[in-house]
Design a protein around this ligand. Structure first.
Ligand code: NDP
Ligand code: 8X3
Length: 254
């Protein structure tokens, strides 16, 4: 029987590329996001292209009741989730602490942290009962080094890192793998969302170097997901070759 992966935030960027990669390898995919048209469109596309099964669920990961209601009432054939990828997330703003918006901080923490643990708690009972599963959380280089004006976003990703470490310890007894993937700068809709739709500011983030692309991250996740049962990549940082860490980039005029 084909394995099942659940990917949150599959309407663009990493989530979409992860769904495409796993669907192309004949995995059955549960994909989620808030933008219904995009999500159902992707589901149709993956079914047509790869002849695999896809279930699309529209919900906001910040909405605790909705998360538990939708993931708690999966059809029987979708209940045995092999891999959960907690990917839905965002940055909002890049302002100094005294100017940063409290509402933006609330949204980042509600999405990146609470959304991650709501979804995990909703699907975990199936994994613990079967003593099998793999939880892959999308962190960031922002979880490894705090940078100026990164305040709320860095804090949210440090929390993802801490939750990942904690899950890894507590879920050992259930044979559940926990992997935290920490990408550096990647060209998705991330910067456009962070700069609230300002295309010039968003483009500026990727100027002068070749960043990661969503497919690069999806390929790394596919690798982590297909190791033998006794092998787990616990924590992984990946950046483009032109990025050493959050502070050092090799940029050229392009
Ligand atoms: P995108 O903006 O391209 O994709 C973000 C995805 O998250 C979308 O599918 C969006 O769907 C979903 N999402 C956002 N908020 C919610 C919500 N409240 N409920 C449900 N879904 C939500 O960005 P990326 O693909 O780059 O980002 C994916 C993850 O990777 C994020 O966690 C981000 O922090 C992280 N990351 C990104 C890096 C980068 O440089 N791009 C680097 C390191 C980490 P919709 O709007 O339809 O709900
Ligand atoms: C996204 C990478 O550098 O904007 O997580 O924090 S960065």
């Amino acid at each position: 029987m084909n394995k099942i992966i659940l990917v949150t935030g599959a309407t663009s960027g990493f989530g979409k590329a992860i769904a495409e990669k796993f669907a192309s390898e004949k995995w059955n995919c549960i994909i989620t996001g808030r933008r219904a048209d995009r999500l159902h469109g992707l589901a149709d596309e993956l079914r047509d292209k790869y002849d695999t099964r896809v279930l699309s669920l529209v919900f906001d990961v910040q909405d605790k009741n909705e998360v538990f209601q939708q993931l708690g009432s999966l059809p029987d054939e979708w209940k045995d989730i092999d891999i959960l990828v907690n990917n839905a997330g965002l940055a909002l703003g890049r302002d100094s602490f005294e100017h940063a918006s409290v509402e933006d901080w609330d949204t980042m923490l509600d999405t990146n942290v609470k959304g991650m643990y709501y979804v995990t708690k909703a699907i975990l009972p199936g994994m613990t009962a079967r003593k099998q599963g793999h939880i892959i959380n999308i962190g960031s280089t922002a979880a490894k080094e705090v940078y100026a004006n990164g305040n709320g976003y860095c804090a949210s990703k440090y929390a993802v890192d801490a939750f990942s470490q904690s899950m890894r310890i507590d879920l050992l007894q259930y044979n559940i793998k926990v992997t935290c993937i920490n990408p550096g700068a990647a060209d998705t809709e991330f910067a456009l969302v962070r700069f609230k739709g300002d295309p010039e500011k968003a483009k500026g983030v990727y100027k002068g170097y070749t960043p990661l692309y969503a497919e690069d991250v999806a390929n790394v996740i596919y690798y982590c997901a297909n190791l033998p049962p006794h092998v787990c990549i616990n924590d992984l940082i990946l950046t483009c070759t032109a990025q050493a860490n959050n502070f050092y980039f090799h940029k050229q005029d392009k």
